[in-house]
Design a protein around this ligand. Structure first.
Ligand code: BGC
Length: 744
């Protein structure tokens, strides 16, 4: 139903009620006018801002405050689930008198979660991790994933998704990198923005989070991330800025950590200056759960306190009322906070879209999940064209990684209860507040079963669990090919102490590779890992956490039933000594002790830092092989202010394949620099040639000037390169740009 239809229905119903109430004599038109006069904010001809203003004016002070704070949306610390809550991460009661719907807020970016089984038995499509989505380099698939999540949320009666996790991967050991979109502002911002746009297309608000610089879990509640303003604007903030422009998220979730001294949720510079003033963000800022420490955050730009029981007190209720009464917080600011919430609710359609609770087409969504997973698999290494494997391979040894049961997923608030339930849950033990998250949830998509399904008659795949390297090696020695799975479980609240594959898996892989030179390693990880055995293997693929159809996706790519479409959204270092912080900052610090985290590499995140320090990674950002070959040519840059880069790619091999051409800035006015300027992706048939044209966001060519308060492109020559990855640039051109200034 269109918004205006919905308005008409409400008016019509009011008209009938009016007639039944004996107002018939005044006529239908009069009653319609009354209804419209009663709820003028339901007039869809008005803008979201106008509607929010009208509604806010009709609210009592008590009603306004009700929108500014909310509880955990399920039973919590002895308190029952709030009345009216569907059961999810957060709940803000509605205002029936005025027709304001409650906000039912659920995690998160990999699918609709069901924490502690609060909605008994409720399942959802478990999509590949956001890092996997980033590895697709496909804005279209990001949007499609968002549509899946938004559709399922809406069918479940959830109208806010705490999705859009997109902190830049500054720290490859960060336990939440799998929830984010990698290390590059353009790639992360574009794909996160598209995912949010997809969710919101279903009349479900999405956040973008965690704003900002919440780039590691160690000390996330206490660390102070320190970075120069220009560096932040050109990296982490630019990623958010691009995502906000594309996705128009209804809300921004501020982070736990401090940024340059102040907590992110009470950070005047971050929220008032950058987000609301410079970027003109019209929606609301909600806190992360337990991230509010003072009532004056209302003045610093926070609009809504979430998960209020976790804070030391409910700041945005009585304390805020007292602050308003005392004149410390202006009444106008309360109106602004309320209007921001309402504005997003109107803009995304929460008032106008009809209730859509009902069944979900999980089969269709499973196909989408598989398509994303296939497009996300990155073939890192493929010696002697070992891949794709022949279906007639006589005997295959499949080893480790729970491959007989399924594929692993990441832990924490984003953990989805997949359709069919997890294949198994392997507790990892441990203690502390978040010990309950320490379990490997294996999603029900067995790579072993999928491999067997692809094999020709007379071929076989045999499995051992990999706990004993010699047993695995013995099986591998008798096989034509060995496929060994390496898993790295990651979770919110826990960083990996280092980049090794845990629990002796390096030893396992070494033993298998020594027994069979045709060893293929399949990695299911939450980010990069070290590969001390890489030279001994025939092939390595990164499948990330591939979601509830991940087993099929892996098998399809290994056997060439699907073309590998993934490229690295994050650098794989050769060793931890190459990282800006060889050890995770704060790792030795006693829990809860504040520390500062200096981002000395500034805007040079990931591959940019590797380039600046002339370090050679194990696999560079953007890398990923195909089963065919490509030739690149015709590189041309045009435009003196707005830059467009065009080029051709030809599939020169014998089979179709995904090309993911990438454009980089390599030098600006004679100074070496490395920045992704643009990318595209296309499936090319053998011999097919395609011409691409990439429009470059001028901020990627600019420097941020704090003195001039904006972006500046200096006049001069810019060197632009085309390639298959940041480490494989095949053509270069120089281009003259005019000086230009841009708003912050
Ligand atoms: C996480 C958020 C999440 C929230 C609600 C927090 O611990 O940092 O990402 O949305 O909990 O579950």
């Amino acid at each position: 139903m269109m918004r205006s239809d919905r308005f008409r229905v409400i008016v019509a119903v009011s008209s009938l009620l009016a007639l039944a109430g004996g107002l018939g004599a005044r006529g239908v038109l009069g009653a319609e006018r009354d209804a419209a006069a009663e709820r003028p904010w339901m007039n869809t001809a008005l803008s979201a801002d106008e509607r929010a203003k009208l509604l806010e004016r009709a609210m009592t002070l008590e009603e306004k405050f009700g929108l500014l704070h909310g509880k955990v949306g399920s039973a919590f610390r002895g308190e029952p689930k709030p009345d009216g809550a569907i059961g999810s991460a957060g709940y803000i009661p509605g205002i029936p008198r005025l027709g304001v719907p409650a906000l039912q807020e659920s995690d998160a970016g990999l699918g609709v979660t069901n924490p502690n089984n609060v909605r008994p038995g409720d399942v959802a499509t478990a999509l590949p991790a956001s890092l996997a989505l980033a590895a697709t380099w496909s804005p279209e698939l990001a949007y499609k994933s968002g549509v899946v999540i938004g559709t399922e949320a809406r069918r479940k009666g959830i109208n806010v998704m705490l999705a859009g996790g997109m902190n830049l991967a500054r720290e490859p050991r960060n336990g939440r990198n799998f929830e984010y979109f990698g290390e590059d502002p353009l790639l992360a911002g574009t794909l996160a923005g598209e995912a949010v746009r997809g969710i919101q297309s279903q009349n479900v608000i999405s956040t973008i989070k965690h704003f900002a610089l919440n780039d590691q879990e160690t000390g996330r509640q206490v660390l102070d991330a320190r970075i120069a303003e220009d560096a932040a604007r050109e990296s982490d903030l630019l990623a958010f800025q691009i995502a906000i422009e594309r996705g128009k998220p209804g809300a921004i979730m501020c982070a736990y950590n401090r940024v340059n001294g102040d907590y992110a949720c009470g950070n005047d510079w971050l929220l008032n200056r950058v987000l609301k003033l410079d970027w003109k963000y019209p929606g609301w800022v909600m806190s992360d759960w337990g991230a509010v420490h003072d009532v004056d955050y209302a003045l610093k730009g926070l609009d809504q306190e979430s998960g209020e029981q976790i804070d030391s007190q409910v700041f945005f209720d009585e304390p805020l009322k007292r602050a308003v009464a005392a004149g410390a917080v202006p009444q106008a600011r309360i109106s602004d906070m309320v209007r921001r919430v309402l504005r997003s609710m109107f803009a995304v359609g929460l008032f106008d879209a009809p209730d859509a609770r009902g069944p979900i087409d999980f089969d269709a969504h499973a196909r989408d999940a598989r398509q994303v997973a296939e497009n996300a698999v990155v073939v890192l290494r493929n010696e002697h064209a070992t891949l794709p494997l022949a279906r007639t391979t006589r005997k295959i040894a499949v080893i480790g990684g729970y491959a007989e049961s399924g594929v692993i997923s990441g832990g924490g608030s984003s953990q989805v209860n997949p359709v069919g339930g997890p294949a198994l849950v392997a507790p990892l033990g441990g203690e502390g507040q978040f010990a309950f998250w320490r379990a490997i949830n294996v999603q029900p998509s067995s790579p072993l079963r999928a491999i067997r399904a692809l094999l020709a008659a007379g071929s076989e795949a045999l499995f051992v669990d990999g706990r004993y390297p010699q047993e695995a090696a013995r099986l591998a020695a008798t096989a034509d090919v060995a496929i060994v799975f390496g898993i790295q479980w990651m979770s919110e609240n826990f960083d990996a102490p280092d980049l090794s594959l845990p629990q002796g898996q390096d030893e396992l892989i070494r033993a298998v590779a020594a027994a069979n030179p045709r060893t293929v390693v399949v990695l299911e990880t939450g980010g990069p890992v070290l590969m001390p055995w890489v030279d001994k293997t025939a092939a390595v693929v990164a499948a990330w956490y591939p979601g509830q159809r991940g087993g099929e996706a892996i098998a399809n790519v290994l056997f060439g039933a699907a073309e590998p479409g993934g490229r690295l959204p994050i650098t794989f270092p050769a060793s931890e000594s190459q990282l800006p912080h060889p050890e995770i900052p704060g790792i030795g610090v006693r829990l809860g002790t504040p520390f500062t985290l200096e981002y000395r590499s500034g805007a040079d995140v990931g591959y940019r830092d590797f380039a600046r320090r002339a370090q050679k990674p194990l696999f560079p950002f953007g890398h990923g092989l195909s089963y065919t070959t490509f030739a690149y040519g015709g590189l041309e840059a045009t435009g003196t202010t707005d830059l467009t880069v065009s080029f051709t790619v030809t599939n020169t091999g014998p089979r179709p394949g995904y090309a993911v051409p990438q454009i980089y800035l390599t030098a600006a006015r004679g100074q070496a620099d490395l920045r992704l300027l643009g990318f595209d992706k296309a499936l090319l048939a053998p011999s097919e040639t395609k011409r691409f044209a990439v429009q470059v966001d001028p901020r990627l060519l600019a420097k941020y000037s704090t003195a001039a308060r904006g972006w500046q492109i200096a006049a001069g020559k810019y060197e632009i390169a085309l390639g298959a990855s940041s480490g494989e640039l095949v053509a270069r051109t120089e281009h003259e740009l005019r000086a230009r200034k841009l708003d912050p």
